[in-house]
Design a protein around this ligand. Structure first.
Ligand SMILES: Nc1nc2c(ncn2[C@@H]2O[C@H](COP(=O)(O)OP(=O)(O)OP(=O)(O)O)[C@@H](O)[C@H]2O)c(=O)[nH]1
Ligand SMILES: [Mg+2]
Length: 395
């Protein structure tokens, strides 16, 4: 039995081909629509395929008015798809609805993507490498207006031929950010003077763990005389947490609960080179407690008050927290948990707008290893999500 396949843009055209080649007594055995998906249809156009044979005589599955031999048909007459035979109509309707719903979903996703791209794309033409850097910054969650400002600066400062190499462009962007970052360097201890450093901040950001890291490094690696003071009497377990570290590292430790006790404790430790003060986590919205903190640290005559901020917080919350804790007399930022978020771009606005320099960065729970002195260049690369070949700076 010879079966022939015909393809055309419409069912009408396909049936015309069948009629022309095999005659109007031919039997249509099978029909299908090609390029059913929206994308394929957009790219390749609509196509239908009809398989027919003049050698068999199967009962027609078409309603009488649509049969190939229908005498009253003219070629110009619109042909309803062959699927529309009576017993297939319900099935066809369901399939059609399903298909349309799928196509609408596809279309919706495409429109959304286009809109996203339109908002993420600067309204002007960027050289390709600069454009890639721009989209990488957005992906690293750098605020869009900052990303624009950075690429704009690069564009105005460099000729087009200098902007061909993407790595070079990234290095330029990192350099721009680096110039805006302020750091304190490590805590500077002196043999004949006691330096007092306090850590303050919201709850659970890693203050006590960071105190332990600093204490262990200054005591064990730098061989400094270190003491600990905690004003954390708010949480029972908090004192025990610090005492455990003090015992392991073999450090003197005092627990205080009033400004007077604080002054006395620091005086007793004045023969040491470094006194680290741990404080209870405070809500940034609790102005009274933050004010209390300030009075306590004033009695300690703290040289440095590090505001500990977790990089897991959002950009706006970080900025608000930095502002509210300013009342406690903060002198620098200490960023923790850099190992947790998948990108750190949200910290860019904080380091650019906060007037405080950055002291240390912590990147894990391990005491004493997961801490490093903040370095402007390394921090710029980290925040922008640019890979570097150097490993983590050792203490
Ligand atoms: N992933 C990660 N976890 C950290 C880091 N630093 C501290 N942590 C963890 O964060 C949790 C809270 O740490 P703490 O040092 O108790 O935080 P805190 O700020 O003293 O908390 P409060 O005293 O309750 O305000 C602990 O599970 C730490 O192990 C860090 O750099 N990375
Ligand atoms: Mg604590």
């Amino acid at each position: 039995m010879e079966v022939k396949t015909f393809r055309a843009n419409t069912m009408q055209q396909a049936l015309d081909l069948v009629r022309r080649e095999l005659g109007s007594s031919a039997s249509v055995l099978h029909t299908r629509e090609l390029n059913a998906g929206l994308l394929r249809r957009l790219v390749f156009g609509r196509q239908v395929e009809v398989s027919a044979s003049s050698a068999v005589n199967v009962p027609s599955r078409l309603p009488p008015e649509y049969q190939l031999s229908a005498a009253n048909r003219s070629y110009a007459e619109p042909v309803v798809p062959i699927h529309l035979e009576a017993d297939y109509r319900a099935q066809y309707r369901d399939d059609f609805r399903h298909q349309v719903a799928g196509q609408l979903d596809e279309l919706h996703a495409m429109v959304e993507k286009l809109c996203e791209r339109a908002t993420a794309t600067p309204a002007y033409d960027l050289p390709e490498s600069l454009f890639h850097v721009f989209t990488d910054l957005i992906e690293a969650e750098v605020d869009e207006s900052i990303a624009r400002a950075l690429v704009d600066q690069i564009r105005t400062r460099h000729d087009a031929h200098e902007l061909v190499d993407e790595l070079l462009v990234k290095a330029c962007v990192a350099k721009l950010l680096e110039n805006e970052i302020k750091v304190t360097g490590p805590i500077k201890t002196q043999e004949d003077r006691c330096r007092v450093v306090a850590l303050v901040g919201p709850t659970g950001v890693g203050k006590t763990t960071t105190i332990a890291k600093l204490a262990a490094n200054y005591r064990l690696r730098e061989k400094r005389r270190v003491g600990l003071v905690t004003v954390d009497t708010y949480r029972v377990a908090a004192v025990e947490q610090l005492r455990t570290y003090a015992d392991i590292i073999d450090l003197p430790m005092e627990v205080v609960s009033t400004p007077r006790e604080m002054r006395e404790a620091v005086e007793r430790m004045s023969h040491l080179e470094l006194v680290l003060i741990d404080t209870a986590g405070r809500s940034p919205r609790d102005e009274v407690k933050i004010q209390e903190l300030e009075s306590m640290l004033a009695e300690a005559e703290a040289d440095d008050v590090y505001l500990v901020l977790s990089s897991t917080a959002g950009a706006r919350s970080l900025a608000a927290t930095a502002e509210r804790f300013a009342k406690a007399g903060t002198t620098a930022l200490l960023l923790t948990k850099l190992d947790e978020p998948s990108s750190l771009g949200h910290l860019v606005s904080l380091v650019r707008t906060c007037h405080l320099p950055i002291s240390y960065l912590t990147n894990g729970q391990t005491v004493p290893d997961d801490i490093e002195v903040a370095d402007r260049s390394r921090l710029a690369y980290m925040l922008l999500g640019i890979e570097t070949e150097e490993g983590v700076t050792a203490w």
